[in-house]
Structure formats: structure tokens, C-alpha cells
Design a protein around this ligand. Structure first.
Ligand code: PHE
Ligand code: ZN
Length: 848
């Protein structure tokens, strides 16, 4: 039964559950269309109990329900049942029937490539049985699985098994969203880890037999993560086994179920032949992220879903630090800021903007956002910068000590920092409640040895938030003297008022400031910086982020000048870029990032925030012209870098050789503009790993000369789903904008376009959406195509359809013509009969 009347839920209405769950026992008799789930649950009333207990339940066929062995008295209500219960402790026993094979929403128990698996976060457990499906209800679980599948897994430790059955016991009290079950014809790549206190843990990555050669890297990443969490956070693993399972049909990246992490196969399976350097890095990060949740998420969970950033922001911050430690902090920080601006600043600028801790929602699935995750991580980073490393460490230890086993809140989190440092964090807390990206304006002056920096903050209104308070903004600043020496090393200025002036004495001449080093706060920085200062910082800044940022700002401004004033590419920029590319003292990965121009969406954000109307086609043309100019001006440098930085020998997915590949492949994409793709064609033919193969293919698609290679690629990889996802996405992402909708439409008719598979749907349409000028083609063809498919997907899988619909969240930036077409599409979605509450909420917020 669909729950039509989904209500808005408010943080302020939180009430604890009136019953304690002492023990949960589940028995699953698995069957594709008629799985039986028997639950036996021990409840005990608390003081607020009133004799009626509400249990969530959705799409369940109730076979029987009893309390202490007697038939239960209950009523079906919206979203579940109300049960009449005794005053004292009691046992609830129920049997329900569910149909995993027809579950296309991929929430609850479902089937993927012949295996059974579950996804319960956030509110999927209620599709498995009746239960208080809320994160603040925690209990130990015992699970019995009956099935003729050879591999039967659940949370915790294996307890007993026999022919056709297995039992698992998880001693750690957990909320239902961390429940998991898997049954399938799987094989394992095994590993082992000895924890810091000497306990042996058995590790497994479970996959379909065809994927067994893609597990080695993931296993290494898991072991590195376990070690890192011991060394850096003092956190040890707490069960005898740790299982990871790869699943082909999955709405998100991966899930941290206790002792049984379930992964989208794209986020765990890797091999040099099929995965790129970027894939390897992402897989390592996601394995770490899910593993780190064992402490930040599982041992300490969230009181309610408004506190989602408590586990996600912190765990993203932890995985970012881990990747920095494993690879390069500088490169990781730049990558993260690129993503933050491209996705989170974009979200903040539009109708879907919301605080890191939202105050209301209809469908919680719609709040697994870049704001909760990435901005949530930025907030942790700021807190750490403000209190310092030593206090951060103390506060985290206190957090683990004080809240182990709790379902906690942001207030609890901030309180440990207040207790450790004696600091009042009430103003800092605005980062959790105030939506939108703050703007930071800087002016400076120099007089007789004293340098003054005036910092001012401003805030634009967000949906439902017009009045905003000044926030605490940590601004890391360093000063350089004109000869290139750093005269004032990095210090953190704390801006707490609307405007403050900070002074530096004893300077022999006016310094060149390097402001917001390491991107110390998620803000938009406005400063009047000359080209000369930027060139100087690009050459001399000791802060790698600002060194990169200076080049980025030169690129951005010349692009804006080309777009708005029809200017020629800035010759100073081209010369400075050429010098920076030739600087052999810098990491090749860093130099590759210098070649990454601001995206069309970055530039539209910038134009829109100044009150202009971005024209995606004009921005596309300017970027193309600038790329051509770079290719011509830096041609010799690019050709020489391409030759001197080639990696020889067997492929290793490490940061060092990956950086060289990133640089040579960034060069290749530009070289291809000049040589008709000859170099790329040669690289494609010779490639023995996916990084080189895909980079060559991409370069060829971008110059419209990839026909032969695309056919060859599909032919060689037709049996590998994850590689074919790349084939779909590259074509829609990199084709000429005017062809994008047409190519996407043609690809939807390809026999391998399995639209119910979220990875395949996202590769085709995610590619199209990322092709900004193509997606925003003035005739609206891509808008209409995407809308048709969103409506179709929504009927099968609301969660993924609703997430993809956020592609429209920039619509109010554009001209009347585009706006009208998009608004018509949004209205068409809203008018569709049976549209999901997920989609209705997302589109409703955008269309407002
Ligand atoms: N909790 C998961 C993570 O961030 C994400 C997720 C959310 C997965 C909801 C599935 C469903 O690690
Ligand atoms: Zn997470």
C-alpha cells in the first residue's frame, strides 16, 4: 500500500519512543515472491508508555501477530500499525510476507542479479517487518536465514549454520537502519587483520564469481582503513568478521551496515584493465568511509534523521583526511574544493538550499545531499582549525567515551568541544542551522610598516531564511613579501562580526596577501586582486591550495571577460600557465589540476550571483576558445610534458604514477585539438589499462573523431557492466552540445540500456546533465527527454528518480525561454498521476 498522505516532519517535534527494544530475533524464509519474515521482539515500556504502541510497516502482508503468545489487538494506520500492549515487558511475535523480486525501489529486501540483499537506511526496515524504524531505537539482533543459496550473511558474528540455513548474532545494539542480509551464489576474496589489542578479524569481499579478480585492491584499502582508524583516531574494530558485498543494483554508493557493508559494485570492484585512477581513489575512499562509520555512525548513531550530518559530515571529514594521508593532502584538498563549489555551492544558490542540519522534511531520502555530506565535512574541518589539533583529538576521545552506544545529536557533539576547550560554540552552531554560502569581502591597506586586512561577511537569503546572523569564519592568512619570501606564515583570523580589521606590524613593504589558505572556510571570497598578484602567488605561494586558486582565478576572469566582453584570452594568463606547467618542483598531479578550467556551471554560478543571466552556449564557446588558445600557446610545453611524464612498466594505482597519468592525459586532451587525434589514437591502441584507454577515448570524443574507437570499446567490453557504464556516460557527457539530447535518446534505445539499473540510468543521464551546454540546449530537447525518463523511473525507483531530478535546480538562473520550458517540465512531473512523495517533494521545492 502506497502511503499517499506523507506528512512533513519537523525537528522540533522530536519525541523519544515510549518503549525499549531489548532483543530482536528474526527468521527469514527466503523466496523471490513470497519471503516469510518472522519477528520475535522483546519490548519494555518506559514511563511515557500509554498502552498503545506504533510500529512502522510498509508494503507488508501481515500473516499473524501475537503478544506473549496471544493474538494481538491492532489497527492499521497510515505508515504502520497501532498495537494494544500490556503495562509491563512483553514479547511481540509477527509473521509477514514480502516480495523481493518485484521490489524495484531497491529499499528493504530486494533481488539484484539473482542474489537477495537489503538496504535499510534510512527507512527501509519497515518494508521488511513491523518495527519502530527510527535510529534512536537500538537493540541486539539475532537473525536466522533459511534459503538454498550457498552464502547466507547478516550482521555481527556467525553463530551456527547447516544445510540451507545460517544464524548470525550481532551483540552491539543497533538501529534497524543498520540491519542487513545477503543470500546468493557468491565467492569471497578473503583477508585478515589483527587489531591493535591483538584480536584477529576475518575479512571478506563477497562477489559474483565473474568478479573475483576485482577484489584485491578493495581488500588492501580495507586493511589500510582499519589501521588508519587505530593510529589516527584510536578506534579498533569490534567483531570477529567484517564482510563487504558487491551488489549491481544499488541506489547509492555503499552502506555501513554493522559488520556487513553492502556496496554498489562500482564502488568496490577494481582492476587495472577496467578501472581508472579516479575509480581506484574513489573506491579506496568509499571503503574507508563505510569502515569509519563503524565508530562514527554505528557505535554512536543519530538520534533522528535531522542529525544525519552528525555521522555523515564527520565520516566524510575522516575519509578525506585518510585519502590525504594515503595520497597527497594538497591534491585532495583542491579536488574536494572543486567538488564542493561545483555541487554544494550550486545547491546553496538554488531552491534546494537547506542547512547542514535541516529542520523539516517529507522524505528523508531527499536529504542525503552534498550539503549534509560535504558542507557537513567542511564544518568539522573549521571546528578542528579553530580549536587546534590537540583539542580536536581530546574532544573526539571524549565524544567516543561519553556517547558510545548512544543515538546522539549535534548539541552532544558540540558540547564535547565546549567541555574540552571552554569555548562557547553557540555562534559556531549557526553553521548547522543557516543555509547558503557566506560571502567574504576583503580589502587591505598598508601604512608605514603596518598592513591592515579588513574582512566583511555578507549573506544572501535562502528558502525560508531571509534574516541571517554573522557567523564565525576561520580565515587562514599568510603574507608574502614582493621578493617571494613568506613574511607572515599562516595564521587563522577569526571573523565573528560583520566586519573586522586585523593588523600586522613591522613589515618593510606592502605584502602580497594569501587569503583563505587551504580553503579554510566554505565561503565565496571577493578580493580585488591584480593579475600581477595572482601570477606572483601562482609562482610563489607556499600554500598549495592558494597557489592553484590563483591560476584558477586568472582562468575564471579571462573566461568571464571573453563571455561578457568578447575579449581575447588573457595573454598574461597563458604565459603564467606555461611557466607553472614547466615548474618541475611541483607535483605532476598539481600541474594537471592547473589545466582543469572552471566548468560551465561554475561560470554560470558566478554570472548569476552577480545578477547576470548565464548563456550556456556562449560559455561553452568561450571555454572551447580558451582551450584552443592554451593548446596553441602552451603546445610545446604540453607535448614535452606528454613525453617526459609517460609512465612505463606495470600499472600501479598509486598517487605518484597516477599524478603523471593525470598530467599527460590533461595534456593529451589539449594536444588532440591540434593533431586531429593522432596522439590519442596511438595511446588508445597501445593502452594496457583503463586510465590510458579512457583518456584517449575521451580526447577523441571531444574532437568528434571517436567512431572507430567507440565501436571497438563496446565490442571488447560488452560483458563488463561497469565498463559499459563508462561507454554510456562518456558519449552523453563529452559530445557536442547540439547533439547531446539526440545521442542520449539514441542510447536509451540501445539493448544494454537497462534503465532500472541505477548505475546505467545515472551513467547515461548523469553524463547528459554534466554536459551543461547540451543539457541546457535552447530548444529544450534535453529537458523534455530527461523529464520523460524521470517520470518513467519514478514509478519503479522513486529514490533515484528524485535524486536525478535535482539537475533542474539551477533553472531560475536562466533566460525566460529556458525557464519556461523547464517550468513546464516541472509542472508536468507534478501533474503526473501517482508521482512518488520523493519526487513530489523535490520538484515541489524547485518549482516554488
Ligand atoms: N549511509 C551511506 C553512506 O554514506 C549512504 C546511504 C544512504 C546508502 C542511504 C544507502 C541509502 O555511507
Ligand atoms: Zn556515510
Amino acid at each position: 500500500m502506497k502511503d499517499d498522505a506523507k506528512q512533513t516532519i519537523y525537528l522540533k517535534d522530536y519525541k523519544p519512543f515510549a518503549y525499549v527494544v531489548e532483543d530482536v530475533h528474526l527468521t527469514f524464509a527466503l523466496h523471490p515472491t513470497a519471503t516469510r519474515v518472522v519477528s520475535r521482539i522483546q519490548f519494555a515500556p518506559t514511563e511515557t508508555a500509554d498502552g498503545v504502541m506504533f510500529l512502522h510497516g510498509e508494503d507488508l502482508t501481515l500473516i499473524s501477530a501475537a503478544i506473549d503468545g496471544e493474538p494481538a489487538s491492532y489497527r492499521k494506520v497510515s505508515g504502520g500499525i497501532e498495537v494494544d500492549v500490556p503495562d509491563g515487558p512483553f514479547t511481540w511475535q509477527a509473521e509477514v510476507e514480502i516480495s523481493p523480486s518485484t521490489n524495484t525501489a531497491l529499499e528493504g529486501l530486494y533481488m539484484s542479479s539473482g542474489m537477495y540483499c537489503t538496504q535499510c537506511e534510512a527507512e527501509g526496515f519497515r518494508k521488511i517487518t513491523y518495527y519502530p524504524d527510527r535510529p534512536d531505537v537500538m537493540a541486539p539482533f539475532t537473525v536466522r536465514i533459511e534459503s538454498d543459496m550457498p552464502v547466507l550473511l547478516s550482521n555481527g558474528n556467525p553463530q551456527a549454520s547447516g544445510d540451507g540455513w545460517a544464524e548470525w548474532h550481532d551483540p552491539w545494539p543497533k538501529p534497524a537502519y543498520l540491519f542487513a542480509l545477503v543470500a546468493g551464489e557468491l565467492v569471497n576474496h578473503a583477508g585478515q587483520f589483527t587489531t591493535m589489542s591483538g584480536k584477529d578479524v576475518e575479512l571478506n569481499i563477497w562477489v559474483r564469481p565473474a568478479d573475483i579478480n576485482k577484489c584485491e585492491f578493495g581488500m588492501g584499502a580495507l586493511i589500510r582503513s582499519m589501521k588508519w582508524d587505530e593510529e589516527v583516531y584510536g578506534r579498533e574494530y569490534d567483531l570477529d568478521v567484517f564482510n563487504i558485498v558487491a551488489v549491481d543494483d544499488f541506489n547509492m554508493g555503499a552502506m555501513e551496515n554493522k559488520g556487513l557493508n553492502i556496496f554498489n559494485s562500482s564502488c568496490v570492484l577494481a582492476s587495472p584493465e577496467t578501472s581508472t585512477d579516479a575509480n581506484f581513489e574513489r573506491i579506496e575512499a568509499i571503503i574507508a568511509h563505510e569502515y569509519f562509520h563503524n565508530w562514527t555512525g554505528n557505535r554512536i548513531t543519530c538520534r533522528d534523521w535531522f542529525q544525519l550530518c552528525l555521522k555523515e559530515g564527520l565520516t566524510v571529514f575522516r575519509d578525506q583526511t585518510f585519502t590525504g594521508d594515503m595520497r597527497s593532502h594538497a591534491v585532495k584538498r583542491i579536488d574536494d574544493v572543486i567538488t564542493l563549489r561545483a555541487r554544494q555551492f550550486r545547491e546553496d544558490q538554488g531552491p534546494l538550499a537547506h542547512p547542514v542540519r535541516p529542520e523539516s522534511f517529507v522524505e528523508i531520502n531527499n536529504f542525503y545531499t552534498v550539503t549534509v555530506y560535504e558542507k557537513g565535512a567542511e564544518v568539522i574541518g573549521m571546528l578542528k582549525r579553530l580549536v587546534g589539533d590537540a583539542a580536536y583529538k581530546k574532544a573526539l576521545n571524549l565524544y567516543f567515551d561519553r556517547h558510545d552506544g548512544d543515538a546522539a545529536t549535534i548539541e552532544d557533539w558540540l558540547k564535547v568541544f565546549e567541555d574540552v576547550t571552554g569555548r562557547d560554540l553557540s555562534q559556531f552552531k549557526l553553521w548547522y542551522s543557516q543555509a547558503g554560502t557566506p560571502h567574504l569581502h576583503v580589502t587591505d591597506s598598508y601604512d608605514n610598516g603596518t598592513y591592515s586586512l579588513t574582512l566583511r561577511q555578507s549573506h544572501k537569503p535562502s528558502p525560508n531564511q531571509t534574516d541571517k546572523q554573522p557567523m564565525v569564519i576561520p580565515v587562514a592568512v599568510g603574507l608574502l613579501s614582493p621578493n617571494g619570501d613568506e613574511v607572515v606564515p599562516t595564521q587563522v583570523l577569526e571573523l565573528t562580526e560583520v566586519e573586522q580589521t586585523f593588523t600586522f606590524d613591522g613589515l618593510a613593504s606592502k605584502p602580497i596577501p594569501s587569503i583563505l589558505r587551504d580553503f579554510s572556510a566554505p565561503v565565496v571570497l571577493h578580493q580585488d586582486q591584480s593579475d600581477a598578484d595572482r601570477e606572483f602567488l601562482l609562482a610563489n605561494d607556499t600554500d598549495p591550495f592558494n597557489k592553484w586558486e590563483s591560476g584558477r582565478m586568472l582562468a575564471r576572469d579571462t573566461l568571464l571577460d571573453m563571455i561578457e566582453n568578447d575579449a581575447a584570452p588573457n595573454a598574461n594568463y597563458l604565459a603564467a600557465l606555461d611557466r607553472a606547467l614547466n615548474d618541475e618542483t611541483t607535483d605532476p598531479a598539481f600541474r594537471a589540476l592547473l589545466l582543469a578550467l572552471p566548468t560551465i556551471d561554475d561560470l554560470s554560478q558566478e554570472i548569476a550571483s552577480k545578477g547576470g543571466t548565464p548563456d550556456p552556449t556562449a560559455i561553452y564557446d568561450a571555454r572551447r576558445a580558451l582551450r584552443g588558445a592554451i593548446a596553441r600557446h602552451c603546445g610545446d610545453t604540453l607535448t614535452s610534458l606528454y613525453k617526459t611524464h609517460q609512465v612505463t612498466g606495470a600499472y600501479v594505482p598509486d598517487a605518484e604514477t597516477g599524478g603523471k597519468r593525470a598530467l599527460t592525459n590533461a595534456a593529451l586532451s589539449l594536444i588532440s585539438l591540434l593533431d586531429n587525434g593522432d596522439t590519442a589514437r596511438t595511446q588508445y591502441a597501445a593502452a594496457d589499462n583503463m586510465t590510458q584507454e579512457l583518456a584517449a577515448l575521451s580526447a577523441l570524443i571531444q574532437i568528434g573523431a571517436a567512431e572507430t574507437e567507440l565501436a571497438d570499446f563496446a565490442d571488447r567490453w560488452k560483458d563488463d557492466r561497469l565498463v559499459m557504464d563508462k561507454w554510456f556516460s562518456l558519449q552523453t557527457a563529452l559530445c557536442e552540445p547540439q547533439d547531446a539530447a539526440k545521442i542520449a535518446d539514441t542510447l536509451t534505445k540501445h539493448p544494454d540500456f537497462d534503465w532500472k539499473n541505477p548505475n546505467r540510468f545515472r551513467s547515461l543521464f548523469g553524463g547528459l546533465i554534466s554536459n551543461t551546454a547540451g543539457f541546457h540546449a535552447a530548444d529544450g530537447s534535453a529537458y523534455i527527454l530527461l523529464t520523460d525518463w524521470l517520470i518513467k523511473l519514478d514509478a519503479a525507483n522513486p529514490q533515484t528518480a528524485a535524486r536525478v531530478s535535482s539537475a533542474f535546480d539551477t533553472w531560475t538562473r536562466y533566460d525566460e525561454g529556458r525557464k519556461l520550458i523547464i517550468k513546464t517540465q516541472l509542472d508536468r512531473i507534478l501533474a503526473t498521476e501517482g508521482i512518488s512523495p520523493d519526487m513530489a517533494e523535490m520538484v515541489g521545492r524547485m518549482a516554488k
